[in-house]
Design a protein around this ligand. Structure first.
Ligand code: SAM
Length: 471
């Protein structure tokens, strides 16, 4: 029944295979010989299967967990250096016809303020985001064929890319909208989107159907097979995710890795990113209604294990998490974070953070300048780079760049140049001072002399007012 190459949801995410994986993991959770073998395999940096990774997740031997964390940190350093890519979500509309029981946008929620941005309002939101320094957005919308049809999403993307305000520009728009048709995915691809993101929410079919009792999202197979349709439509950067808290985390973890294995087996390229959202309090939603919430410790372990299981996949964390949790998981493997997010429709143009149309409570409420400074104080380089997809390095071409070890000659100078733009245009004097010092120090970490020289020249050009250099 289990077949990673199948295009049928219930065959590539096989319930029986997950149950047997969990049984195997339980049986072997104290089998130190096997655990050592799995860790040794992970050290080769070629990833782990869902079965192997599940054994490590079940293992509670402190020494071994320490070893796993150290390896996750090392793999993170080897593949992503000390760069952290920055983005912000932009909520276009919270009209939704689905009945997702954990989401405040659900159809039956009659007291949430429903809003859909007009193109003029989008322009204002984007200018506010550009004025903070953002270059990369993830657009978000509820599912509503009447209020938010694909034409609305496409028009909004066009509007976003067209806004040129001062030195601002949104250079990459990722899209997080409901599962759709191959034809619509092709339209999104043609509109120039970066990653198509769709959270599975839960891989457990029975729970999935109960958690999505009404609306088009109820269809488990249609939702689970969405990434295959997106790939068929030409989108080769797709982002997976599970909403932790809905189902048992070990089940979700195995399902998530099986999904990644399926994409690799069928399309020859795994997920571009994996997101790890945790269920949060929201209007009409009390997370305590759900019994599967996970502790910060388990959450960290999951992040570390994703890092060593799929080393080439970026990992995203949002402002659902607090500063303290973000600090820990950035070290263990997260490569992309949002900053200064507002999860309400139209929230960026409001003086005060509005709560009436928010999708969930935001834990990390700092400004982008504060987040950037905090990252640099911890030794990271906040990166506003969007070069890869603009240079056509998507899907397996991006993966080859990683595999050829060229990241340090490409991503590193791009990170420094985009950080320099941020410092020149948006940073507070304090942030700028720290940033200039970091850029100076980090130049020596560009291996190729020629690349380093060009990067230095470009930094001078940026200081003189030029923008948008990339390798
Ligand atoms: N409507 C789209 C869909 O059907 O996939 C996606 C957009 S939705 C705005 C983005 C994500 O927010 C959802 O996929 C879900 O995982 C997450 N979400 C919903 N309710 C949440 C809550 N109470 N706490 C945290 N995340 C939540």
């Amino acid at each position: 029944m289990y077949n990673p190459k199948s295009l049928k949801a219930e065959e590539f995410i096989s319930h029986e295979e997950i149950l047997s994986t969990l049984e195997y993991a339980d049986k072997n959770k104290d089998n130190l010989e096997l655990i050592d073998e799995i860790i040794a395999k992970a050290k080769e940096r070629k990833g782990l299967s869902h079965r192997e990774a599940s054994v490590l997740l079940a293992c509670d031997n402190e020494e071994k967990i320490k070893e796993i964390y150290a390896l996750a940190e090392q793999i993170k350093k080897d593949f992503y250096g000390n760069r952290i890519v920055m983005f912000a979500p932009l909520y276009l509309s919270n009209y939704c016809v689905n009945g997702c029981v954990y989401c405040p946008y659900h159809l039956k929620n009659k007291h949430i303020a429903r809003k859909k941005l007009t193109q003029e309002e989008i322009e204002k939101e984007v200018i506010a985001l550009q004025d903070m320094g953002h270059k990369r957005l993830a657009i978000e919308a509820g599912e509503d064929p009447v209020n938010n049809p694909i034409e609305y999403i496409l028009e909004s993307i066009k509007t976003i890319y067209a806004i040129k305000h001062k030195n601002g520009a949104i250079r990459r728009v990722n899209v997080n909208i409901a599962a759709t048709t191959v034809e619509n995915y092709r339209k999104l691809k043609d509109a120039g989107i970066g990653t198509y993101i769709l959270f599975q929410e839960t891989y457990h079919k029975e729970s999935y159907e109960q958690l999505h009792p009404t609306g088009p999202k109820h269809d488990y197979a249609y939702h689970t097979e969405a990434m295959d349709r997106a790939m068929e439509g030409g989108i080769d950067d797709v982002g997976l995710g599970v909403l932790f808290g809905l189902e048992l985390y070990r089940y979700e973890f195995a399902g998530l890795l099986m999904h990644a294995e399926h994409l690799e087996a069928v399309h020859g390229v795994g997920p571009h990113t994996i997101s790890v959202p945790r269920l949060k309090k929201a209007d009409d939603i009390d997370p305590d209604q759900f019994d599967n919430g996970i502790s910060d410790e388990i959450f960290e372990k999951i992040c570390a294990l994703i890092r060593i299981s799929v080393p080439y996949t970026g990992m995203i964390i949002s402002t659902r998490e607090s500063q303290a949790v973000r600090e820990k998981v950035i070290k263990l493997g997260v490569s992309q974070i949002s900053g200064a997010s507002r999860t309400s429709v139209g929230g960026y143009t409001e003086e005060e953070r509005p709560h009436d149309s928010e999708q969930f409570d935001v834990s990390d409420q700092r400004t982008l300048d504060e987040v950037v400074r905090w990252l640099m104080e911890m030794g990271y380089i906040p990166s506003f780079c969007t070069a890869c997809y603009r240079e056509g390095r998507t899907g397996d071409r991006f993966m080859s760049l990683c595999k050829a070890g060229q990241i340090q000659n490409c991503c590193h100078p791009n990170a420094l140049m985009t950080l320099k733009e941020f410092l020149m245009d948006y940073a507070s004097p304090e942030t700028r001072e720290i940033g200039e010092k970091i850029i100076e120090e980090e130049l020596s970490n560009i291996p190729k002399d020629k690349v380093r020289e060009i990067c230095k020249e470009n930094l001078v050009n940026i200081a003189n007012g030029k923008r948008d250099f990339r390798f």
